[in-house]
Every structure is written in structure tokens, then in C-alpha cells.
Design a protein around this ligand. Structure first.
Ligand code: HEM
Length: 515
């Protein structure tokens, strides 16, 4: 008898538990968001799967392409849902234009973070900081000092030295008739430049520091999709005490912390004469300034370096790789670039950053590569307040996803959008019309747009411009096969080449005796 009672009690307990769990799941995941009950028209929503909604689309390998298919079928402004979490998907230049023009402040936050205490896009990060006092302070510091004109001038020699080193390395490969993986070479270049510009040092190859840093950046980028999902579901899961992917995220964050703590200690031990010019000095001065508008912490400094390495390296590396790939597939473009460089720079010295303003065609080629292959194809933001877009109502706290990849191939604003035509950027800059330039900026989104747009675009153009300029000026290039395979892949959230670009450099005549 006792056994029967205890059996019934067990069943009853399990039943109550299942009931409670079902109720909680319904409440947190399937209940419609509050605002959708208001009598406003939400944007159209394409068919979705029961319970999970459109989550399968976001988890697909080439998310920007899956979303492109969806928008070409159902329209440029869509209402998607991940369980019951709403997302607004924007896929045309005109809707993106309307949003950036009318809602810039309203969309100047990226939503909650995946894990607050993480150095990787946690609450100390500049990239994920909400639009508020900390972000405003860091933005000012970034634009005026860290990446400002004076800082760029002071760090010019660092970049020139590393471009020369890159060139010598290619010369060595050319002599040995060896091929190079462009992405790997560009990654070394970017890592060296960023380490020296930000910390005044390079990491040592011998004790494996460089490898460790590279590995951490790759690991973080690999985590981006998981982090995006964790961010989307955070408000719901938090109520259940669940923090999605916390272990993975904190694992990388802790490794960054160890590496950066060592950098801070070693920097403090440097003689005073070697301090004062790099980004770390500027950040330490702000940290020690009692009267600063915002009091930053050591964690803010570490998180800023993590932002910098994740935000600046792979994006620039992929731009170098895609640009070279397009040049290899369009030999007439290579010839025109060479003519321009040879006439402006000549054949007796290496191209320099100061030549770049006189090389508009080189600039146009890089812009065209960024248009067709934006390293960050999807731009995530969050609507802070409810608003109206395209006649539809957007509820507050809705995630915004702008498919920059599709906006930059929108046939309504780009002529022959699928073709690689750098000239399109020459025509518009020559017209010099301020309005046209502004409109151009709003449909050309590789660096995002508005106040949360990329503050590193000028630096990126300088590094990518010098690297591509040097490769075109100094070498002929051989590819395996007829054409470069332009198939896409996505690493984390970064758009990359499915088949990494491998080329063999051949020294151009006359020999580069001046390197
Ligand atoms: C070709 C290279 C690069 C590309 C394609 C790129 C692209 C982007 C994009 C798409 C965003 C988001 C913009 C938005 O939401 O509107 C961004 C943000 C950012 N980028 Fe870049 N970036 C590049 C290079 C750099 C460099 C060299 C740096 C710094 C040295 C940098 C630092 C940042 C920072 C700090 C943010 C966050 C800004 C904020 O949230 O206010 N990026 N970048």
C-alpha cells in the first residue's frame, strides 16, 4: 500500500513539475510580445516554424543569403521571431535610409550583452555599450585621440615599417617561387600594426604570445553566432536563471584577461620616456584622470583592446583578401591600378600612405570590394522606443537586423549590382554634390552608418590601401587555375572566402632594389 501511495505521489510530483515547466516555457518563449497586441500594423511576417519561429534561418551557414532569399520573396521590411523574441529585418537601401535618417539615436544601442562580466562584448565593451555616458565618453576619446588625425600621423611609421616587412616577406616567397595564403599574411600584418599602435609593442613569436592572441581572436569570432543567440534570448532565459553559452564565453574572456593583465603590468614597468604615445597611454591617462567626464576602469581598458582586436583585424584581413581576389579575376582592373600607381608613385620607391589621396582608382577598387563582400554582412541594433517605419509599427526593444550585404546589391540604387565596377565610385566622388555623397553613405554600409558606425574606417582604408597598393605595385601574381573561386563562407559572423586565396608572387621589373 505504501508503495502505491509513494508511486502516486511521485507521479503527481512529476505531473506538477511538467505543468510548471510547460507554463514557464509558454510564458517566457511563446507568449506574444506585449506590443503585438496593440492595434497597429506590424511589418509582414513570413511563414515560420511552430515554437522556434525563424531561428533556423539565423542559424543557417550563410545567414545573410538565407535572409536575402526571404526578403526577395516577402519584402524589404519583415517581422521575424526567435521563439517569441521579435526581430525587424531590413533588406533594401530605401528602408535602411529611412531608418538611419529618422531613427539614428533610437537605434544607437545594440541591446543587452550575452554575459555582462565577459571582456568579449560584455558590459565593459565599447562595441556593445548602450548609447549613454560611457559610450559617449569613449566615442569622443576614440575620435579625438585614439584614432584621431594626430594619432594617425604619429603612428604612420609603424604602419610603413610593417608594410615594408610584408613586402620583403613576399619578395622572399617570390625568389623561392612559393605561394602565399593572402589571408594569413594579411593577418600577420594587421596583428603587428594593431599591437604596436595600441600597446607600443609586438607580441613575441618565440614564447607563443602572437599565436595565443591570434587564437583568441579566432575563438571569439567563432563564438559570435552563439553570442548573438544568447543576446536575443537573454531577457527570457534570465528569468529561468539560465545564461546561454556562459562557459564558452567566459573561457575566452579569462584567457584575454591573463594576456592583457600581463601587458598592463609590463607597460607600467617601462621607462617613462617610452610611454605617452600609444593608445594604452591615452587610456591609462583617462583612467587616472580624477576630473574625467566618465571614470573608466581597468576592465574598460582591457575590453577596449578586445573590441579592437576582434573588430579591426579580421574585417581588414577579409577586405584585403576579397579585394585581391576581385583584382585577380579582373585583369583589366589590375592594369588600370598599375598605371595609376606608376604615374603617381613611380618605380623607384614604395607606395606610401600619403600617396593614397592621389590614387582615387585604388580607393574605388577597395570600396567596390567592400560593397560586394562586406566583412560584417549583418548589422545588429535595437530600437529603444516604439516607432513607425514604412508605415508599420515597430515595438520598443525590438532587435533590428540590417542586411548590409543585400542593401549593397539593391538593384533600385546600384546599377549592375552584381558586377565588380569600381568606376561607380569615381563618378559620384567627382560630382562632389554633398547630398549625393550623403545618400551614397547611407546605401554604402560596409562600416555601418550613423553615430554607431565604425570609427576605424579611415585607418582601415589606410592599411588596406597601402597593402593592396604595395601588392599591385611590386608584384605580378599567379593563380592556380583560370579564375579565383569566389564561393562565400561565414566565420562566426564574418564573411570570408570558402577557399582561402592562394597566390604566387612574381617580382615585377625592374627589380625592387629599394626595398
Ligand atoms: C575593413 C575594415 C573594417 C570593417 C569592414 C569594419 C566594419 C564595422 C562595422 C560594420 C561596424 C558596426 C557599425 C554599425 O553598427 O553601424 C563596426 C564597428 C566598430 N569598428 Fe569597425 N570595421 C573595420 C575596421 C575597424 C578598425 C581598423 C577599427 C579600429 C582600429 C574598428 C573599430 C570599430 C569599433 C570600435 C566599432 C564599434 C563602434 C560603436 O559601437 O560605436 N573597425 N566596424
Amino acid at each position: 500500500m505504501e508503495a502505491v501511495i509513494s508511486f502516486d505521489f511521485q507521479n503527481c510530483f512529476i505531473f506538477i513539475l511538467i505543468f510548471l515547466l510547460t507554463f514557464l516555457c509558454f510564458f517566457f518563449f511563446f507568449k506574444k510580445p506585449k506590443d503585438s497586441r496593440v492595434n497597429f500594423d506590424l511589418p509582414p511576417s513570413p511563414p515560420s516554424l511552430p515554437i522556434i519561429g525563424h531561428v533556423h534561418l539565423l542559424l543557417s551557414t550563410l545567414t545573410h543569403k538565407s535572409l536575402q532569399k526571404l526578403s526577395s520573396r516577402y519584402g524589404p521590411l519583415l517581422y521575424l521571431r526567435i521563439f517569441n523574441v521579435p526581430i525587424i529585418l531590413v533588406s533594401s537601401a530605401s528602408v535602411a535610409y529611412e531608418i538611419f535618417r529618422t531613427q539614428d539615436v533610437n537605434i544607437s544601442s545594440r541591446g543587452v550583452t550575452a554575459v555582462d562580466e565577459s571582456l568579449v562584448f560584455g558590459s565593459s565593451s565599447f562595441v556593445t555599450a548602450p548609447y549613454g555616458d560611457y559610450w559617449k565618453f569613449m566615442k569622443k576619446l576614440t575620435v579625438m585621440k585614439l584614432l584621431g588625425p594626430q594619432a594617425q600621423e604619429q603612428s604612420r611609421d609603424i604602419r610603413a615599417d610593417d608594410i615594408k616587412r610584408f613586402c620583403r616577406n613576399l619578395l622572399d616567397k617570390a625568389r623561392k617561387k612559393e605561394s602565399v595564403e593572402i589571408g594569413k599574411e594579411a593577418m600577420n600584418l594587421m596583428n603587428n600594426i594593431l599591437c604596436k599602435m595600441s600597446m607600443g609593442r609586438s607580441f613575441s613569436e618565440e614564447n607563443g604570445e602572437t599565436e595565443k592572441l591570434r587564437g583568441l581572436v579566432t575563438e571569439s569570432i567563432g563564438l559570435m553566432k552563439k553570442m548573438f543567440l544568447a543576446v536575443l534570448l537573454r531577457r527570457q532565459l534570465q528569468k529561468l536563471g539560465i545564461s546561454l553559452f556562459k562557459k564558452d564565453i567566459m573561457g575566452v574572456s579569462n584567457k584575454f584577461d591573463v594576456l592583457l593583465e600581463k601587458v598592463l603590468v609590463e607597460h607600467r614597468e617601462k621607462p617613462e620616456k617610452d610611454q605617452g604615445t600609444v593608445m594604452l597611454d591615452v587610456l591609462l591617462a583617462a583612467y587616472g584622470d580624477e576630473n574625467a567626464e566618465y571614470k573608466i576602469t581597468k576592465n574598460h581598458i582591457k575590453a577596449f583592446f578586445v573590441d579592437l582586436f576582434i573588430g579591426a583585424t579580421d574585417t581588414s584581413v577579409q577586405t584585403i583578401q576579397w579585394t585581391m581576389a576581385e583584382i585577380m579575376n579582373n585583369t583589366h582592373i589590375l592594369e588600370r591600378m598599375r598605371e595609376e600607381i606608376d604615374s603617381v608613385v613611380g618605380k623607384s620607391r614604395l607606395i606610401q600612405e600619403t600617396d593614397l589621396p592621389n590614387l582615387p582608382y585604388l580607393h574605388a577598387v577597395i570600396k567596390e570590394a567592400l560593397r560586394l563582400h562586406p566583412p560584417g554582412p549583418l548589422l545588429p541594433r535595437e530600437f529603444q522606443q516604439g516607432c513607425k517605419i514604412g508605415g508599420f509599427y515597430i515595438p520598443e526593444k525590438t532587435t533590428l537586423l540590417i542586411n548590409a550585404y543585400v542593401v549593397m546589391r539593391d538593384p533600385n540604387v546600384w546599377e549592375d549590382p552584381e558586377e565588380f565596377k569600381p568606376e561607380r565610385f569615381l563618378a559620384s566622388s567627382r560630382s562632389g554634390q554633398e547630398d549625393e555623397r550623403r545618400e551614397q553613405a547611407l546605401k554604402f554600409l560596409p562600416f555601418g552608418s550613423g553615430r554607431r558606425g565604425c570609427p576605424g574606417s579611415n585607418l582601415a582604408y589606410m592599411i588596406v590601401g597601402s597593402a593592396i597598393g604595395m601588392m599591385v605595385q611590386c608584384f605580378d601574381w599567379r593563380i592556380e587555375g583560370e579564375k579565383v573561386n569566389m564561393k562565400e563562407a561565414v566565420k562566426g559572423t564574418i564573411l570570408t572566402m570558402a577557399h582561402p586565396l592562394k597566390l604566387t608572387p612574381v617580382t615585377r621589373q625592374p627589380p625592387l632594389t629599394w626595398i
